[in-house]
Design a protein around this ligand. Structure first.
Ligand SMILES: Nc1ncnc2c1ncn2[C@@H]1O[C@H](COP(=O)(O)OP(=O)(O)OP(=O)(O)O)[C@@H](O)[C@H]1O
Length: 291
């Protein structure tokens, strides 16, 4: 995401992610509240409790990661925050209102970029604002600002198949930002990228987040990624999914990948790994018992 265009920070530029967040604010208001949420699926083998009475709050401007063993309900929880899963019990509140259906205030980025292959980078990003009824010129202006922000100005007219995986994912992030979301939900957005591209994307996201003060909820399997990026790491238990631990990451910002050598970072990582390992073992044993 290289250079951020100054125009993104113009007062007349209405990206709502550029708003009131102050990292030092003592008590920041929760933008998302999950209250006693359970999600149950009907499967051929019977009912599956994917999320089990989870409660959490994400403050305006916070970066919260969710980690946990495979199948513990991370994506289901994130989808519920997006209004894509219906609660069996409990509720998700977005700025105090119950989330029942997807809304433009929530932007989503998935592991695969899911770009429209027949649209250029510029038109992919302008698609959301156009669908929300913005005039074409305004939608294209929003797209151009975001393209500059993600460092792809030279590729504005390119089609997705001509871009690398990392570039496509940057376009997917810009597309999610184009609707001026209050919250960005990211489900393993760098999971399909090679290690080098992933590291660059992590740095890009850190930089982006410093500049636009986004509220982000981020699902990942990668504990280094979670600690590097987050203010808090929520560790989920093996299914049925509950929050086992809510770890505060009080490492100073701005951060870079150099923090991985610091003692405070290593201590946090050890705590996370111990929990994740024991939960991973429990999940594996549960699978063996079921088999
Ligand atoms: N549509 C569905 N129908 C039935 N069961 C489902 C459905 N979606 C998810 N599940 C089950 O719910 C549980 C949680 O799934 P989920 O995808 O949320 O886990 P996850 O932690 O995101 O997994 P991973 O890390 O492997 O992506 C799993 O047991 C999964 O099989």
């Amino acid at each position: 995401m290289v250079a951020m265009t100054p125009s993104l920070l113009r007062p007349d530029q209405s990206l709502r992610l550029v708003d009131t967040y102050s990292p030092s604010a003592p008590a920041r208001q929760a933008i998302i509240r999950v209250e006693d949420l359970s999600i149950v699926f009907d499967a051929p083998s019977g009912q599956v409790i994917a999320v089990d009475r989870v409660s959490l709050a994400v403050a305006q401007g916070e970066f919260v990661s969710i980690v946990g063993p495979s199948g513990c309900g991370k994506s289901t929880l994130l989808n519920a925050m997006a209004g894509l899963e219906r609660p069996f019990e409990g509720q998700v509140l977005m700025a105090g209102e119950a989330m029942r259906t997807p809304r433009p205030e929530i932007g989503m980025v998935f592991q695969q970029p899911h770009l429209f292959p027949w649209k250029s980078v510029r038109r992919n990003i302008a698609h959301g604002p156009r669908a929300l009824g913005k005039p074409k010129a305004e939608a294209l202006r929003i797209a151009d600002d975001l393209i500059e922000m993600i460092g792809l100005t030279k590729f504005a007219s390119a089609y997705p198949h001509t871009l690398s995986g990392g570039m496509q994912q940057r376009v997917a992030i810009a597309r999610a930002l184009a609707n001026q979301p209050r919250v960005l939900l990211m489900d393993e957005p760098f999971g399909a990228l090679d290690a080098q591209t992933r590291a660059v994307m992590q740095d890009n996201l850190l930089e982006l987040r410093e500049r636009i003060n986004a509220t982000i909820v981020f699902v990942t399997h990668d504990i280094d990624e979670a600690i590097l990026l987050s203010d808090r790491v929520l560790i989920m238990s093996a299914g049925p999914g509950r929050i086992l631990k809510d770890l505060q990451v009080s490492l100073p910002r701005p951060r870079s990948s150099a923090i991985v050598a610091e003692a405070a970072y290593l201590a946090l990582k050890r705590d996370c790994l111990d929990l994740i390992r024991s939960e991973g073992r429990r999940a594996f044993e549960q699978m063996e018992v079921k088999a």
